[in-house]
Design a protein around this ligand. Structure first.
Ligand code: XMP
Length: 506
């Protein structure tokens, strides 16, 4: 495997994604919290950073642990750090360089640059530049404004590159990364979804033996894939619980429960709608809604888990980005910490935890799900927030409002599907606003709710843009909603990006 040491760059996860796309397994660690090297580690990549090696307090580590011992690739700050520690001169660029540049000199006899072409576009994003390098560093590529675009330490497999091979704007970035991880480090390209399933099922069998495991299904991709993996390993000893919190999409509880049963899962559907509605009664504040829903879920799940005799494990669909976040350079975030306060925990939380997806990125979870033959309706579904429709009904929640929003949402989502637009959209849904407006239907004056439609394009939900859905499509959906859903007489479309707005309205 490859280790990626994170110095705080926004692109670190992208490096990992690219390496995984080469079917090579890799792990990210913060530069100041790296586990000791084992034989499995075939090479190390140092990431970029928002910091400068010229800063008094710049992030650094003992390079002698890595350099010369195994292949090392420094990217941007990583390259500057290695050059700096070898006596190179790193200075602020006269112009900060962001964006495209072309390789104008290339020693492609070098193994790192094999098959790269002169004139190839590389993506730059740096404030500092490596001005001078000492004798023991050989410059192997340049662009018109950056002489030291790539270098090699003589006599060892240590490389530095000033550009970012991990971003898709670098034409041959993937070739360069392949040269490093496959040809220089000698990694096998055997990290595939099939291998993952095979290996993980065997590990789970060993770890869980005859123990019983409980898992909360949500209808989403992560919990579904986690369940199917564990099911493959231990069959009926996996007890799944799927809670109807009364805040799901129209008919979702029944259809998803059916799919789960169809997949052979041992799943219990729990109708807890009334408990959730009671807990939410009169609450208008979004954060208080989230708390009430979270608390109620824990109560319901705890009650159910107690009915499984002798259960030993709690399975969770935690994925790798959550793990990276909890290990990150800045330490665990405040919300992640709150899970760790022992004392007062419900009983199921005292179980041992098993998280079979905690090394995977989201797209890999989908690949694994497809390998496990999970239905496409589950694998390909849009993300849906845990608190469900509660944060799409502004102000207080009543069963009547849920009913209205479910119908609106259903028309919107099924129209997206039948128009072939569903897979082009990252997430879509409808919002029931507390605003009422005047309308006219037949000869009657109406005074009813305004609903908003939201459809966004995104990669990870961190940033998003609104989808340019065709006007005619929006016109049809709007007509359909107003004609069919009692209580709604106006439809608007949300054209805000994130930032500065967010995807959900609450
Ligand atoms: P925002 O609204 O923050 O949403 O732009 C980003 C992504 O997170 C989802 N989301 C949530 N998911 N519990 C969840 O499990 C929540 O409280 C929550 N709030 C937002 C949202 O649907 C989007 O995918």
């Amino acid at each position: 495997k490859i280790l990626i040491l994170d110095f705080g760059s926004q692109y670190t996860q992208l490096i990992a994604r690219r390496v995984r796309e080469l079917n090579v397994y890799c792990e990210i660690y913060p530069f100041n919290n790296v586990p000791p090297l084992t034989e499995e580690v075939k090479g190390v990549i140092f990431s970029g950073s928002p910091c400068s090696v010229r800063d008094e307090e710049h992030p650094t580590l003992d390079l002698s642990q890595y350099l010369g011992k195994q292949p090392v690739l420094g990217v941007c700050y990583g390259a500057q750090l290695i050059a700096h520690e070898h006596g190179g001169d790193v200075t602020p660029s006269t112009i900060r360089e962001y964006g495209r540049a072309r390789l104008s000199e290339l020693h492609n006899a070098d193994r790192l640059l094999k098959e790269l072409t002169l004139g190839s576009v590389v993506w730059m994003s740096h404030g500092d530049t490596i001005k001078e390098v000492p004798e023991n560093i050989e410059v192997i590529a340049s662009t018109p404004s950056v002489r030291v675009a790539a270098y090699k330490l003589r006599g060892q497999e240590t490389y530095g590159i000033q550009f970012h091979p991990e971003v898709t704007h670098s034409d041959e970035g993937k070739t360069l990364l392949r040269n490093f991880v496959v040809h220089i480090c000698g990694c096998q390209q055997d990290w595939t979804a099939e291998q993952f399933v095979e290996g993980t099922v065997a590990q789970l069998q060993e770890k869980l033996g005859n123990d019983k495991v409980v898992l909360g299904l949500s209808g989403g991709v992560d919990s579904s894939v986690a369940a199917m993996l564990i099911h493959q390993a231990i069959g009926k000893n996996l007890y799944c619980i799927f809670v109807d919190n009364g805040l799901l999409r129209k008919d979702e509880f029944e259809t998803v429960l059916d799919s789960y049963k169809h997949m052979g899962l041992n799943v219990k559907g729990v109708d807890a709608k009334d408990r959730f509605y009671a807990a939410l009664e009169g609450i208008r504040d979004p954060e208080l809604k989230r708390k009430a829903i979270g608390r109620t879920f824990i109560e319901v799940f705890d009650d159910e888990a107690h009915q499984i005799e002798d259960v030993k494990w709690l399975a969770q669909g935690t994925i790798y980005p959550d793990v990276i976040e909890s290990l990150s350079v800045n330490g665990p975030s405040a919300t992640i910490k709150s899970h760790h306060n022992v004392g007062g925990l419900p009983d199921f939380m005292k179980l041992q935890v098993v998280e079979p997806l905690n090394t995977l990125f989201k797209d890999e979870v989908r690949l694994v799900g497809r390998t496990l033959k999970i239905e496409e309706t589950i694998i390909g579904r849009h993300p849906f927030p845990g608190p469900g429709l509660a944060i799409r009904i502004l102000s207080d929640i009543t069963p009547q409002k849920v009913h209205i929003l479910q119908q609106v949402d259903h028309i919107f989502i099924s129209s997206l599907k039948s128009a072939g637009l569903y897979d082009d959209v990252w997430q879509a849904g409808a919002i029931l606003t507390p605003v009422q407006s005047v309308g006219v239907m037949g000869d009657e004056r109406t005074y009813e709710h305004v609903v908003a439609l939201r459809a966004v394009a995104s990669v990870d939900g961190m940033t998003a843009d609104w989808c340019r859905l065709p006007y005619d499509f929006l016109a049809d959906v709007s007509n359909d909603i107003i004609n069919k859903v009692k209580g709604v007489n106006r439809v608007v479309y949300d054209i805000s990006s994130k930032p500065p707005a967010t995807i959900e309205w609450e």
